[in-house]
Design a protein around this ligand. Sequence first.
Ligand code: T4K
Length: 405
Amino acid sequence: MNEKAQTEKIKNTPLPAFQKSLIPDNTQSDLPEMRKPIYVTQPALPPMNEFIKYIEEIWENKQLTNNGRFHQQLEKELCDYLGIKYISLFSNGTLALITALQTLNIAGEVITTPFSFVATTHSLWWNNIKPVFVDIEPRTFNLNPDKIEAAITPKTTAILPVHVYGNPCNVKRIGEIADTYGLKVIYDACHTFGVKINDVPILNFGDLSVMSFHATKVYSTFEGGAIVCHDEKTKRRIDLLKNFGFAGETTVIAHGINAKMNEFQSAVGLLQLKYIKELIKKRKHISDYYRKQLAGFKELVPDALPDVVSCYSYFPIIINENNLGITRDEVYYALKQFNIFTRRYFFPLISNFPAYASLASSAPDNLPEAEKISRQILCLPIYPNLKPGEIDFIIECLLKIIVKK
Ligand code: T4K
């Protein structure tokens, strides 16, 4: 059934009336609030009165962009917080991805995942690089290392995996493959902030990691991003590339672009950093609560990964029609009727977008796990200011939809 027909079918299916009695007592007073839309995410903004002080300073000293005071301070504070040596701030994650590929002179073919936000693959296209899609692992939703070697050709120069939902990729295996074949590794770390594996920051793996500080992310500078690297020389090259390729006032030595983070964004970032630990703690609390309440449903909530310090950026669930007797899209549309706007990150797969569907590696037969997961995945709302009553409401609605009564 196509999406339009499916929408119609669901629209015409009466939903069971929402039973007030199922809501725990302490949330009864929140009920009118619950009719307000609940989105998959909502930015957690720092107190405005604190931000005004930063704005006043910007107005006072007139340095608006181009490596200003706040920009420099934020790079330093992020390095300290994230446990990394070098970071270069960007105006957004997409330009950071494009520049990361330029930094290492990546060309030819790059192995990547179809299960991501489209910007991951677009960054290759903008560099005239051919994306080669490889299937994902069922547990982490990340590039499957077992499938990488078969996709390597003489034209392959790099691997571009994504730590999807902040789940660390199998960095050990990917690193070994890259070493064996002489490939570079650039991690799309746009869903991670402070994520660690075995106590090691995930950003320390690979040649480069790229972050996004978009409004929808755990840590946000409204729009923003960064490249993380491991030595000063590479940091200098990245800084040069994001500033038109200028080396000094009158010399351009590379084909750079304008991808700088401005002082306003940097100031938001400095302020956000003051609150980030508390914000991630609140996300953890919500994630734990969802897990507890949904524990009775087989395979609904993917297992938490061992040895990982998470940032709880998304809360994905798997709607397996064979287990639950209902499709993911039926659940998605039914929740919408309760004003709950979940997201199907990532559906369709990048390989199924018309812009990429004609590539040989986009064939669904080549990507069976990704094809399956993209039809089953649903990301529930998770953000620090999600109220307890709202979380209960989401759980109640979800259970009402998936439990045949
Ligand atoms: N790589 C990966 C793996 C990524 O996930 C992304 C971005 C990138 C690279 C590129 O990084 P950036 O260039 O974006 O820095 C959103 C974001 O726009 C996108 O940044 C993000 N990934 C992607 C996963 O999600 P949409 O189309 O779902 O966004 P939107 O506008 O529908 O927002 C979702 C919900 O968030 C809204 O329903 C309401 C809420 N929201 C959103 C915004 C923008 C707010 O409450 N306030 C806001 O300002 O793509």
